[in-house]
Write a protein that binds this ligand. Structure first.
Ligand code: HEM
Length: 480
């Protein structure tokens, strides 16, 4: 080949390289982001239908102790991290233990809590559950100090136990109960007592419960503000609860000033003395506590009873533990030392949280392009860490589809593989309160009764969990 031929080849090579370069430069970012030397790809997956994307399949009900067909199919097709289009936004769904942990630990740095807009409409702007950045930090600090003050008072655990005994007393002549309803009654009574100092027979308790149920129904409804819709009723219910709470606050203030009434042991008493919160924030705070602590705790109580009802060995071990702590025949109430001895009970609670999945996932968004392992999550995308997928992942929890409290003998890496309360700077502030409630209720329940769960019952994730038939249990009194 002559000199001209070589020159031609060089020119052609340069032109081809130039064209390829231009083409790649244009289309590359659609598929890849080049950060330094490593290539990071947007996770595989599909966006589904325009607008709705794959939201309906993602939300399709399934037993809460399974991951459901949507996640099953997507994980086997695309892996544990995949892209989708959910809740009107391009989304990265994570069923990966490490990525979930990374998301939770990087709140307000790389990711941020981002619940759908209609939820803000109902909860209000200053709700701790949806607040972000400095507002969240300020509200959360108050919440943490409030809960630790309440926990340090003996009245707290005494109240929990007394309310548990009242529920069990009401079963005296019954052979079967709809347990989920009873659990809801109990956890509502506990939370209104802790927060507002109200007893179950107080007319204001009934008023709040009625409005609160409408308020919760709205949270999971279509966000249409048309009179009569569950959403509109929820917004109205919120404003009524808000007025009731304001009236209770006023009444309490007046009693202090006029009557010099003795101080009570509830959130409200402490809230009244906090001057860093506005009136609206105080009301919101009460609502957050009711919302965070009512449904979730009653579900955990129901999960424990559901799974223990099917495991004789776990029941026997649990009963043995509680028999040894204190007989229910003793008049004396339980104390924190007794609670520390409830070691197997804690394992049962952990296992019910893992296997039952009270909260399936949480909502986040990426604040900037985030690289993790080989992936990039583009800025502005929704990110959903799915806790249930990790809880039921057999590579994380051997024999994951079996209820086995003994698996919690070692606490190795527990904060990564068990995240029923979330994690990082948004980790549930009420987790210990919920555990105490369940443990104290169980203390009396296992000593008084054995039970059988009605055939065919199952916890269903809608994705908020419900017991299909209300969890009816048949009761058998223990002879000793
Ligand atoms: C079994 C019972 C409970 C479960 C499974 C549960 C679960 C959770 C989860 C997963 C979060 C994190 C949400 C997120 O990251 O977006 C959370 C936050 C929260 N929970 Fe709980 N919770 C329970 C009981 C309670 C109780 C008893 C209270 C109140 C006394 C409470 C109050 C809250 C509040 C106020 C937040 C917001 C915290 C923040 O954003 O900083 N929860 N809970």
């Amino acid at each position: 080949m002559g000199e001209e031929g070589s020159l031609l080849i060089i020119v052609i090579t340069l032109v081809i390289s130039f064209v390829i370069g231009i083409t790649l430069n244009h289309f590359w970012p659609l598929f890849f982001n080049n950060y330094g030397t490593t290539l990071h790809v947007i996770p595989k997956g599909t966006f589904g239908w325009p607008l709705l994307g794959e939201t309906l399949s993602f939300l399709k009900p399934h037993p809460s102790n399974s991951i459901g067909t949507f996640l099953q199919q997507h994980c086997s097709r695309y892996g544990k991290v995949f892209k989708s289009h959910l809740f009107f936004s391009p989304t990265v769904v994570s069923c990966d233990q490490d990525l979930n942990y990374f998301i939770l630990q990087n709140e307000d740095k790389l990711f941020q809590c981002s619940y759908p807009k209609p939820i803000h409409g109902i909860l209000g702007k200053v709700s701790l559950l949806v607040a972000v950045g400095d507002t969240h930090k300020r509200l959360r600090n108050v919440s943490l100090s409030l809960i630790s003050t309440i926990k340090s008072k003996p009245e707290f655990i005494n109240d929990v136990e007394t309310l548990a005994l009242q529920i069990l007393q009401s079963w005296k002549d019954k052979h079967q109960v709809r347990y989920w309803e009873e659990a809801r009654k109990f956890s509502f009574n506990v939370i209104v007592k802790q927060v507002l100092g109200l007893t179950p027979d107080n007319p204001q308790s009934a008023l709040i419960l009625q409005d609160f149920l409408a308020f919760m129904r709205g949270l999971i409804s279509l966000p249409l503000y048309i009179p009569g819709t569950p959403y509109a009723r929820a917004v109205q219910a919120r404003s009524r609860i808000s007025s009731t709470i304001k009236a209770i606050i006023e009444e309490r203030r007046r009693k202090h000033v006029v009557d010099g009434d003795s101080k009570k042991n509830d959130f409200l008493e402490i809230l009244l003395c906090v001057d860093t919160l506005s009136e609206e924030e105080k009301v919101s705070f009460v609502l957050d506590s009711l919302l965070g602590g009512y449904e979730t705790t009653s579900l955990l109580m129901a999960m424990v009873v559901f799974f223990i009802g099917q495991s004789q060995t776990a029941f026997d071990r649990l009963k043995e533990e509680h028999d040894n702590i204190r007989s229910t025949k003793e008049k004396e109430l339980l104390n924190w030392e007794d609670y520390q001895k409830m070691d197997f009970t804690q394992k049962v609670i952990n296992e019910a949280l893992r296997y039952g999945n009270v909260v399936k996932f949480v909502h986040r968004k990426a604040l900037k392009d985030v690289k993790f392992k080989d992936y990039v999550i583009p800025a502005g995308w929704k990110v959903l860490p799915v806790f249930s997928a990790v809880h039921l992942d057999p590579s994380v929890h051997p024999n994951a589809l079996h209820f086995n409290p003994w698996r919690w003998e070692s606490d190795e890496q527990i904060s990564k593989k068990l995240t029923p309360f979330g994690g990082g700077s948004r980790c549930c502030p009420g987790f210990e309160l919920a555990k105490v409630e369940v443990a104290f209720f169980l203390h009396h329940l296992v000593q008084k009764y054995r039970w059988e769960v009605e055939e065919g019952e199952q916890p269903i994730a809608y994705p908020y969990v419900e017991f299909k038939n209300g969890l009816t249990i048949r009761l058998h009194k223990n002879s000793t």
